[in-house]
Write a protein that binds this ligand. Structure first.
Ligand SMILES: *Cc1c(COP(=O)(O)O)cnc(C)c1O
Length: 232
């Protein structure tokens, strides 16, 4: 599991197969290489293997690593985020995946307003209704979308979830389905400032099932960079 280029090629193959199975175009699925806990050199190595989207989960680690990566990569922030740390991401990340409350969206709006920018965000839904997980409750999503959509310096681009873990991806499939249904529901509302373009779901253990259920972004760490020994 230490040849990053080979791993990336294999993941693309598996994404292609999953797309074939359900008649989707593989170009509609973006691979986000989750580089948390991994050094800048491995990000560069993946970039040279053709990977340009990278996901990070910890603000401090991102602040340390980002200046060390000289390749023109695109960063996505995929982890839980405290409002007081949003300023460190301002202008540096192309998308924030785990926005689950209005107060956080307001701070993103405020920070991106300072640079006259527009932040692209995804709303995180707590699809398994797990007490331990963040994310907005499915029944509160529509209200959150309507409130966040009022903010001028951000754009809602879709939904994201981190469903209950299972070693059997088939156990996770219903949660992916449910997020896709919510996505369709919000899309139908045709709200100004809201584009349901991206469905961010699926990780190393279950990305093929996520693709079968409509994911447009899969977030894959371990299957590219190997196991993480530090934090999870
Ligand atoms: C770590 C992480 C991933 C990647 O997990 P792997 O199982 O290593 O692929 C995906 N999404 C989020 C939000 C993560 O924190």
């Amino acid at each position: 599991m230490n040849n990053i280029a080979t791993n990336i090629a294999q993941i693309h193959n598996r994404i292609d197969k999953a797309c074939q199975k359900v008649g989707r175009n593989p170009e509609d699925v973006k691979l986000i290489a989750v580089s948390k806990v991994k050094p800048a050199e491995q990000v560069e190595e993946a970039f040279h293997a053709g990977q340009n989207l990278f996901g990070e989960s910890y603000v401090q680690e991102f602040r340390d690593k980002e200046p060390l990566v000289t390749a023109p990569v695109q960063w996505h922030f995929i982890g839980g985020l405290q409002s007081n740390k949003v300023k460190y991401l301002r202008g540096k990340v192309a998308m924030i995946h785990a926005v689950d409350r209005l107060s956080l969206a307001e701070e993103i709006d405020r920070q991106w307003g300072k640079i006259d920018g527009v932040a692209e965000i995804l709303l995180q839904v707590n699809i398994g209704d797990e007490a331990s997980k963040s994310g907005c409750a499915p029944e509160d999503l529509e209200n959150l979308v309507r409130a966040v959509a009022q903010l001028p310096n951000l754009r809602i681009k879709g939904l994201m979830c981190l469903p209950p873990h299972s070693d059997d991806p088939e156990q996770v499939r219903p949660f992916f389905k449910q997020l896709h249904e919510l996505f369709e529901h919000i899309d139908k509302l045709q709200l100004p400032g809201v584009n349901m373009d991206e469905l961010s779901m699926g990780m190393s253990g279950d990305f093929e099932v996520a693709v079968e259920e409509g994911a447009t972004m899969v977030r894959v760490g371990t299957a590219i960079f190997g196991a993480r020994i530090k934090k999870v």
